[in-house]
Design a protein. Structure first.
Length: 313
């Protein structure tokens, strides 16, 4: 089977994440300790023990999810003999998961990725006053229908397509009033469900341009290497193999649509039939099966999952 490794985005965090890995593996503990040192905070304790409302803060959730994903990757490498590029043909990450994927592929140093994601979380949260923005899931409309709803709901405000996750699952983002109009309009146009999401900021829309500017400056100060395995980028749904192309894609990603459905379809059309999700939760492995029923999705979160994956690989 041809394999892609994918890395989860925000929303997959949960108290206790990574704890079992840290207890069983020195390689995993090294990752958590390195991230703690880079950030000057005990992020690992927050991951393992909570409280949940503090872990969910964007500035904590983003580096925490990356740390968990990289701990899984480090265990696979050190204790399972798995290495990139041999283990998979492509990498992809959902939003912040692109940083996890690129760190796994050697483009970023772990400490740099942790600091970049801390800043990214702070910048995204700070770009829009609390309560001024919103996001909503439109279920049962295809992407073109959802994009038309967003355009028609925007008026003089912002309402953009934030995530094209799977057939019939699109998220819109922008000014609260515009997103609320999109929810009503989507229902009128036949959406199965249209619901506001419990999020702290309107991610992946034009309102986050200040955060994109902050990331452009931060990325300009970080050294990047070519990824060991090509990354299928959120912004283009096409592979990128050269470090010189990464800063622009990562900056654009802050305000652009996460083209996850198209990314998975590209990989499917280029021989991928197994998606392995490294880190917290099972969202992306589940989406893979929704996008193509012939594609298998495997979630690798803890020690038992790692053992099972090594047997498959």
């Amino acid at each position: 089977m041809a394999t892609a490794f994918v890395f989860p985005g925000q929303g997959s965090q949960a108290v206790g994440m990574g704890h079992a890995l840290a207890e069983m593996s020195a390689a995993a503990r090294e990752v958590f300790e390195e991230v703690d040192d880079a950030l000057g905070q005990s992020l690992s304790r927050l991951m393992f023990e909570g409280p949940g409302d503090e872990l969910t803060l964007t500035e904590n959730a983003q580096p925490a999810l990356m740390a968990h994903s990289l701990a899984v990757m480090r265990v696979l490498e050190r204790e399972g003999g798995v290495s990139l590029p041999g283990a998979c043909l492509y990498l992809a990450g959902h939003s912040l998961g692109e940083y996890s994927a690129l760190t796994a592929a050697g483009s970023f140093r772990l400490a740099d990725a942790a600091r970049l994601l801390k800043l990214r979380g702070q910048a995204m949260q700070g770009a829009v006053p609390v309560g001024a923005g919103a996001m909503a899931a439109l279920l049962g409309l295809d992407f073109e229908q959802a994009a038309a709803v967003a355009r028609d709901a925007a008026g003089s405000e912002v309402c953009d397509t934030a995530n094209d996750n799977a057939p019939g699952q699109v998220v819109v983002s922008g000014d609260r009033a515009a997103v609320e109009r999109a929810v009503a309009l989507a229902k009128e146009r036949g959406a199965r469900r249209a619901i506001l999401l419990d999020v702290s900021a309107p991610f992946h829309c034009a309102l986050l341009q200040p955060a994109a500017d902050a990331m452009a400056e931060a990325l300009g100060a970080v050294t990047m290497e070519d990824p060991a395995t090509p990354l299928v980028a959120n912004v283009t749904a096409r592979p990128v193999a050269h470090a010189a192309d990464l800063p622009d894609l990562l900056v654009r990603q802050v305000t652009a649509t996460v083209r996850w459905r198209e990314s998975m379809m590209f990989m499917r059309d280029n021989d991928i039939d197994r998606v392995v999700e490294l880190g917290a939760g099972k969202v992306l492995s589940g989406l893979a099966r929704r996008i193509d029923r012939e594609m298998s999705g495997i979630a690798v979160e803890g020690p038992e999952d790692i053992d099972a994956l090594l047997k498959e690989l």
